[in-house]
Design a protein around this ligand. Structure first.
Ligand code: DC
Length: 230
């Protein structure tokens, strides 16, 4: 069977990662967490003290290779050969990643790496522009959404589970700020692809959301298989 690409898009906290991992695991596809790559660059730029210097960030991203390894429910992230997995989900990275993700040269380099990863096998790609820019010809495009309140509650819970003490209002403000930057930036703004399936999960459990989507995915895969067998 030829390679299948499923792309999942949506705003921060919409449940993309959870759903993408579940779909990838159920289908035995490779899970491609593109956000982790923007986070890795942000972490490095913060470490080097060049976060406000776009030219220096451009140079940095051109000189390195980001790779991902999905293992036991966790995406391990490597920059060249150094693992940065444990550092890319801090509140500090969270608050700066949108700025890095708005840099056209950073996007160009990371999209190139992502498309390369997509050539290897069946994948579930998750992230902001995966349905519109990285894989515009994906076999199936999904757009997940939820209200700002629900998305903030989910992120807040994630922080608490990791032992990070943070006020929910701060999380909400962060999400609003990121939504604004992500949807108004010039390069690859967050938007729903025309032919994407849209699901609003504000009033759905993860399981309900997954079942709705998985029905669509199964139908699509059956259709692809039947076309191949014709
Ligand atoms: O999905 P996430 O929260 O890990 O994404 C981190 C940031 O990177 C977020 O601000 C959106 C941005 N991003 C992007 O611009 N394009 C992608 N393909 C993935 C993430």
């Amino acid at each position: 069977m030829s390679k299948i690409i499923i792309a999942i898009d949506g705003p921060a906290g919409s449940g993309k990662s959870t759903i993408a991992k579940m779909v990838a695991e159920r289908l035995n596809f490779t899970y491609l967490d593109t956000g982790a790559m923007y986070r890795a660059i942000t972490y490095l730029a913060l470490q080097k003290g060049i976060i406000e210097n776009e030219e220096a960030v451009n140079k940095l991203v051109k000189a390195l290779e980001v790779s991902l390894k999905y293992e036991n429910g966790v995406t391990r992230v490597f920059v060249n050969n150094d693992e940065v997995t444990d550092f890319i989900r801090s509140p500090e990275v969270n608050s700066k990643v949108s700025e890095i993700a708005a840099m056209p040269q950073v996007r160009k380099e990371l999209v190139r790496m992502q498309q390369q990863m997509g050539k290897v096998g069946n994948i579930v790609a998750e992230g902001r522009d995966t349905t519109t820019v990285v894989f515009p010809n994906a076999d199936l495009k999904i757009y997940l959404d939820a209200s700002v309140e629900i998305r903030s509650e989910r992120r807040h819970k994630e922080y608490l589970e990791k032992g990070v003490e943070i006020d929910i209002e701060e999380v909400k403000n962060n999400i609003r700020k990121r939504d604004k930057i992500d949807s108004s930036r010039k390069t690859s703004p967050l938007k729903k692809a025309i032919n994407a399936i849209e699901v609003d999960s504000s009033h759905l459990s993860v399981e309900e959301e997954f079942e709705i989507l998985f029905e669509n995915i199964k139908k699509k895969i059956e259709l692809i298989k039947s076309q191949i067998n014709k």
